[in-house]
Design a protein around this ligand. Structure first.
Ligand code: FES
Length: 223
């Protein structure tokens, strides 16, 4: 009597018919597909958090920081201490107009904190709004910097007095060399005007925990 055909054990790639939804020859059950999909979505979500943090952590070691630039903007006597004058400086060389920005300049007065005199013998304030980055404009009649985009308003020292901006306007280091006022690197300040040399982007607060949530850019020029 011939042997009856031997029953083949199920392959590990062949679905078990006892699993609901599987059919013979199916290599991936719906259950397995869902598991893989959930794991894949989890990996994407984890990467969204981990990769930017990793970039900030190793970025400064991998990328070379640009050199510090100083640019002459006028003689010390050109600048009043109760009004701002606009000056255009180059912040990134070799990219034309895109690498230029406007700074509002004035001399110091008795209301300015004497502790800053060493790093800011003249006051240089960025025109980049700290809400979303629109160019603000100094309005002498109102003694305010006003943003045309969403109603952001800043006081005489660049402090936020109205609207959505999350911190005061950025500043620039200044110095006097060879009879000229020079403007150097940008820095950010929080609402108490504490300096953050690694400046932050618009929309990134610097008060309380926010200063740790938004680490400084590794592209900040070396001080
Ligand atoms: S960009 Fe200035 S208020 Fe929105």
């Amino acid at each position: 009597m011939p042997d009856s055909p031997r029953k083949q054990p199920p392959s590990k790639y062949t679905a078990d018919r006892s699993i609901p939804g599987a059919f013979e020859g199916e290599t991936v059950t719906r259950r397995r597909l869902m598991t893989l999909t959930v794991h894949g979505a989890g990996a994407v979500a984890a990467s969204a958090f981990a990769l930017p943090a990793l970039g900030f952590a190793i970025g400064s070691a991998v990328f070379e920081r640009p050199p510090v630039r100083w640019e002459a903007v006028g003689a010390p006597g050109d600048f009043p201490n109760d009004n701002y004058l606009p000056r255009v400086i180059t912040t990134v060389e070799g990219i034309g107009e895109v690498g230029k920005t406007t700074v509002y300049m004035r001399a110091r007065n008795a209301d300015d904190d004497p502790k800053d005199a060493g790093v800011q013998p003249f006051i240089a304030i960025s025109n980049r709004c700290m809400h979303l980055g629109c160019p603000v404009r100094w309005t002498q009649a109102a003694s305010r910097f006003i943003c045309p985009c969403h109603g952001g308003v800043y006081g005489f020292k660049g402090e936020v007095t109205g609207g959505p901006p999350v911190r005061p306007l950025d500043h620039f280091y200044t110095r006097v060399r060879n009879g000229q006022v020079e403007v150097g690197p940008r820095y950010s300040v929080n609402s108490e005007f504490k300096r953050f040399p690694s400046y932050r982007d618009p929309g990134q607060g610097l008060d309380g925990l926010s200063q740790y949530v938004y680490p400084g850019r590794f592209s900040t020029p070396k001080q």
